[in-house]
Design a binder for this molecule. Structure first.
Ligand SMILES: NC(=O)c1ccc[n+]([C@@H]2O[C@H](COP(=O)([O-])OP(=O)(O)OC[C@H]3O[C@@H](n4cnc5c(N)ncnc54)[C@H](OP(=O)(O)O)[C@@H]3O)[C@@H](O)[C@H]2O)c1
Length: 438
């Protein structure tokens, strides 16, 4: 790193930080617009990089901002902060490393990269005396990373839960409000731009688990390999599940949860799954593509963060807030050098997916006498107690949906019981079990 290789952080506290945006897509455009319409003190957008950049140029970007399709320009001495907004692991990881090695600070909205490679990148930033901000990588415009790292730093958090995927929440709340089948709600979400053409990452929970891994690292000080977090798909949910959930005073949401047990050898439980949540819970109030994060702390109790979890503008607000924090912080000796100080471990924490809770199990069967007795026998063999049996009136007997609710039991034990139950010949489709969260 040459002495003239970086800007304001070496030029002294009063000077301006030069910013380069890498990736002029949905979020990149919104970041540029905020930086140009309301230039924050000490920040100047001066470079926009994208491949095939000529196609990207827009008239509202002022002439002092240069456009480039040469990534090397971003690593040049006149740039102080690189904003990575291309997404994906490669080449984003290489470019962030190159920027840090060239003495730049970095801001990114890239959840997969931070969840999978954050530890190494944060270590490199620290080694370089530079900062890496990733507020936008979780829950879009909701300042949850800063809330955990700064606002709740004085507490000992033991649980983080929430709705971290706006696409799933949009689909589930549409099914809830209008009785749409899953496939129609998904198609509507795609037509409106809330879901991608390939929605696998959202529906299967992979997007939410990357965000949960970041939250667990920042809030619970547990580095987790996101692929160790168990995920269950929301695609098994049917419109009838909302009718039965309502009869139980509940609705259905994709819930991400991470919980750390007390003690020296703390166990970490984490999973992403559809679950029944009480209609009075903050989770049930989350509508459309909104996100919500709830924390529980030993001293401060519960805290809730909610707002727009995605979208160009809300996500850009988080990016610009990181830029302002970096520009304001400068490089005082002994001052914070990284957007997280919690990342002390390089090894990932083992994750358990086992928990106990009451459960909702929905069956669709060809009706005949003896079905409930057969189910009750298997469940009792596994020492699982039935709480109630619900059946909507007037359903077709050849495809009869009904629900059994179960008293608190282990999800692993229930899974084994359901494997045995699946061997009966009366199923029209496999049963669906959902935890009922208190
Ligand atoms: N959109 C949201 O609501 C949201 C919310 C939270 C976080 N994020 C995160 O923000 C980041 C950006 O998302 P986005 O929605 O703005 O994506 P986007 O609209 O697809 O924009 C990505 C931009 O980067 C460019 N790009 C991609 N790969 C490139 C490469 N290898 N070389 C050069 N340029 C490349 C693309 O150029 P082309 O047009 O040529 O492909 C495009 O202009 C992602 O990490 C995403 O996960 C997005």
């Amino acid at each position: 790193m040459s002495s003239k290789s970086v800007g304001s952080e070496h030029r002294g506290g009063d000077s301006v930080c030069n910013v380069a945006i890498v990736g002029f897509g949905t979020v990149g455009r919104s970041v540029a617009r905020i930086l140009l319409e309301h230039p924050p003190e000490k920040l100047r957008l001066c470079l926009i990089y994208n491949r095939g950049v000529d196609k990207k140029k827009v008239p509202w970007v002022q002439p002092h901002v240069r456009w480039t399709e040469r990534i090397e320009d971003v690593f040049a001495p006149d740039i102080d902060i690189m904003v990575e907004l291309i997404g994906g692991l490669k080449p984003a990881q290489d470019w962030i490393r190159a920027a840090l090695l060239a003495g730049k600070s970095v801001v990114t909205a890239n959840k997969q990269l931070i969840a999978q490679r954050g530890t190494g990148l944060i270590a490199l930033a620290r080694q370089q005396g530079r900062q890496i901000g990733f507020e936008a990588s979780v829950a879009g415009g909701i300042p949850v990373i800063r809330g955990l790292r700064e606002g709740l730093a004085g507490d000992c958090l033991f649980r983080i839960s929430g709705i971290l995927n706006g696409t799933c929440n949009y689909i589930l709340t549409r099914m809830e409000a209008s009785g749409l089948p899953f496939a129609s709600a998904l198609k509507e979400a795609q037509d409106l731009g809330f879901a991608e053409a390939d929605p696998t990452d959202d529906i299967e929970g992979y997007d939410a688990r990357a965000k949960l891994a970041i939250l667990a690292q920042v809030g619970l000080q547990c580095a987790i390999d996101p692929s160790e977090i168990g995920c269950r798909s929301i695609s098994v949910i049917e419109a009838i599940d909302f009718a039965y959930a309502r009869r139980l005073g509940c609705t259905i949401r994709q819930v991400s949860q991470a919980e750390k047990s007390a003690g020296d050898k703390a166990q970490l439980f984490a999973c992403v799954q559809p679950a029944l949540v009480s209609l009075s819970s903050p989770l049930a109030q989350v509508q459309g593509a909104q996100n919500l994060v709830m924390t529980a702390g030993k001293y401060g109790g519960k805290t809730v963060f909610s707002g727009h979890g995605a979208g160009g503008d809300p996500t850009a607000v988080a990016v610009v807030s990181d830029l302002i924090a970096i520009a304001g912080r400068g490089r005082e000796p002994g001052g914070p050098v990284s957007a997280t100080e919690t990342d002390s471990s390089n090894s990932s924490h083992p994750v358990s997916g086992e928990f106990s809770s009451p459960h909702y199990v929905r069956f669709i069967v060809r009706d005949r006498p003896g079905i409930t007795a057969a189910l009750a026998t298997v469940l009792s063999n596994y020492r699982i107690n039935i709480d109630a049996l619900l059946q909507e009136p007037g359903m077709e007997k050849s495809r009869l949906p009904f629900v059994i609710t179960l008293e608190e039991c282990s999800n692993a034990v229930l899974e084994r019981a359901l494997e045995e139950i699946l061997k009966f010949d009366f199923h029209v489709q496999p049963p669906v079990s959902l935890p009922v969260l208190s």
